[in-house]
Ligand binder design. Structure first.
Ligand code: PLP
Length: 341
């Protein structure tokens, strides 16, 4: 631990923060960001410490279900990434543990808010806004304008052209539903989702899927995190994005240590590392991801959507990150929308 504290002190002083410390054994990471980023941080941490990192990528809802199922017999050590709401649910059930990293100090206020809402059991590592991704070539071929507002998605020209994810497995889809409920009220939001259903061709398992389908020309429009649209465009795909004119919701992508983690010391070392600017830069520099990092010294990647310039709703993380709200909204979605032909 002394080496770890030295690393942390160096990091806080802005000195290169590679965790060149002697650790051993394993670390099991459940990872809910794009697999490219999961692999980048796992590889760098393993290289720097010698810890053998076993990484599994799953959607935020799927990891929450796994942690609940593993309960008293946890197999995972750290949950890295994924939308903030399910991290808060795990925290409220004490499935994740309190940890006060020495690297908390240099984080943006929104990352601290997640830490406070989780009573120290989760912390913000990045943020991103919901919007529409679209394939510029497919829309141009059809002579259809890109959607600019939630209301636009109900226009007949988008019938069968839209993808989003399933809120049972995807944290992204849950943020979309919670955003609509906060914008419109629950009854109107569900009427909207029913009307939208006829325009949806697939509800994908993970929130990362619909925007990739847009990039590859499999669908014209996705409801996604807009930073992922820029990733696709940077990779050469004909993808643009827009922010809903009525306002939109956002996530505080989070990280938590699992209660009873079998490799707790390694989990804490990984957690400390993941909060450094150096580790957060990997998201863009290695994995080409464009979320807004939570460490103030990690720059906003070039062309990344700037949340300070987006009309965001005042997303109520405490209400919509509570199990009662999530269970209610997802079971209502299952019975009223998911069950529709
Ligand atoms: N990928 C990216 C880039 C994200 O920002 C997020 C949200 O934290 C996710 C994946 C979460 O994926 P899912 O919607 O499958 O839970």
């Amino acid at each position: 631990m002394r080496l770890l504290n030295a690393l942390t002190a160096m990091t806080m002083l802005g000195v290169a923060a590679t965790p060149a410390m002697a650790l051993e054994g394993n670390l099991n990471v459940y990872c809910s960001v794009q697999v490219e980023w999961c692999e980048a941080i796992a590889t760098e941490f393993q290289k720097a410490t010698g810890v053998n990192v076993n990484m599994t990528q799953k959607g935020s809802g799927e990891v929450l279900a796994q942690i609940i199922a593993e309960g008293e017999n946890p197999k995972g050590d750290v949950w890295f990434g994924g939308t903030g709401d399910p991290h808060l649910i795990a925290a409220a059930s004490e499935l994740t543990e309190i940890y006060e990293s020495p690297n908390l100090a240099n984080l943006h206020e929104w990352a601290h808010q997640q830490y406070g809402a989780a009573s120290g059991r989760s912390v913000g590592i990045y943020s991103g806004a919901i919007g529409f991704g679209y394939n510029t070539e497919l829309l141009a071929d059809k002579g259809v304008e890109p959607p600019q507002c939630w209301a636009d998605l109900l226009k007949p020209e988008y019938a069968g052209e839209i993808q989003m994810a399933n809120p049972n497995s995807s944290g992204t889809a849950y943020v979309v539903i919670a955003t609509l409920v906060q914008l419109m009220g629950e009854e109107e939001a569900f009427a909207y989702l029913k009307a939208l259903h006829s325009s949806i061709n697939t509800y994908q398992r993970s929130g990362t899927g619909p925007i990739k389908a847009v990039g590859r020309g499999e669908t014209s429009v996705s409801i996604s995190f807009v930073h992922d649209a820029v990733t696709e465009a940077n990779a050469g795909f004909p993808v643009g994005y827009s922010i809903p004119c009525e306002g939109t919701g956002y996530e505080v992508g989070s990280m938590s240590i699992i209660s009873g983690a079998p490799n707790e010391e390694n989990a804490r070392a990984f957690y400390d590392y993941a909060l450094t600017a150096e580790a957060q830069r990997l998201g863009y520099e290695v994995a080409k991801q464009l979320q807004m990092p939570s460490n103030k010294d990690a720059p906003l990647p070039p062309n990344a959507p700037d949340l300070s310039k987006i009309t965001l709703i005042d997303y109520d993380f405490r209400t919509f990150g509570a199990e009662a709200a999530r269970t209610h909204l997802i079971s209502r979605w299952d019975s009223e929308i998911g069950a529709m032909p």
